[in-house]
Design a protein around this ligand. Structure first.
Ligand code: ADP
Ligand code: MG
Length: 235
């Protein structure tokens, strides 16, 4: 049985007020299950980041309800939401956002140090293919390597879900494929859902389901009956 990890019910997010109101997200309802690889596709401004930020507890919906497992996030206090972001959510961004004055492994160890059940930073560095590179500073690593460090930083927490906002947006195609491969491995290894925003429709080939967004709405949820491996993906 697939467990439901995230459930949204008629979620709305409105920015501004009156004549300058922006409906960034409208009437979004969905379930996301353990081990699922979800790709969120849509033009710029269609509400992808807004949706991801709600899932990650980085923002509050204007209306609607959202659950993580049996916990209703929309009932959470600021402190509970802070713990949710810190302990449960692994977040990966387009521009890596590593701390430049800490080595790769120190970036990962810092994330491990603030959560109750971390994995071993050294083990996670090996898992992302950076064994022996831990002592390098971010500026000494390529973009692809920096993104692997940021993936290590997200997974060392042993997260309950992994959220990625354009994780390949700053990478060439070779590094993009490597990142997708790693995200698929992480999903398999941790069993958590991975939700990834992308501009590259190629990533839909590896997804279990694709959320197509348009004008703040999840216009269509496409089920991929035969997801391919990262190696078979045409980028
Ligand atoms: P996407 O990630 O698909 O490019 P976003 O979710 O970032 O889209 O944005 C959806 C819409 O909401 C856009 O029109 C954007 O300008 C608007 N928006 C996003 N964040 C804010 C904000 N903090 N204040 C005002 N408008 C915002
Ligand atoms: Mg965005």
């Amino acid at each position: 049985m697939k467990e439901t990890v995230l459930r949204g019910e008629a979620l709305y997010k409105t920015y501004g007020a009156n004549e300058v109101e922006v409906n960034a997200l409208q009437d979004a309802s969905f379930e996301i299950h353990s081990g699922e690889f979800i790709v969120v596709l849509g033009p710029s401004g269609s509400g992808k980041s807004t949706l991801l930020n709600l899932l990650g507890g980085m923002d509050h919906p204007t209306k609607g309800r959202l659950w993580y497992r049996d916990k209703e996030l929309t009932d959470y206090s600021d402190t509970q939401l802070s713990d949710y972001r810190k302990d449960v959510v692994g977040f990966i961004f387009q521009f890596f956002n590593l701390i430049p004055s800490l080595t790769a492994e120190e970036n990962v160890a810092l994330a491990a140090s603030i959560v109750p059940n971390p994995m071993s930073p050294g083990e996670v560095m090996a898992m992302v293919g950076l064994k022996g590179r831990g002592h390098h500073f971010p500026s000494q690593l390529s973009g692809g390597e920096q993104q692997r460090v940021s993936i290590a930083r997200a997974i060392v927490k042993n997260p309950g879900l992994l959220l990625c906002d354009e994780p390949t947006g700053a990478l060439d195609s070779k590094n993009s494929v490597a990142v997708v491969k790693l995200l698929l491995e992480v999903r398999k290894r941790l069993g958590c859902p991975v939700v990834t925003i992308t501009h590259n429709a190629g990533m839909a080939q590896v997804a279990d389901r694709v959320f197509h967004m348009r004008d703040g709405r999840i216009e269509r949820i496409e089920v991929n009956t035969s997801p391919v491996s990262a190696e078979e993906m045409v980028w």
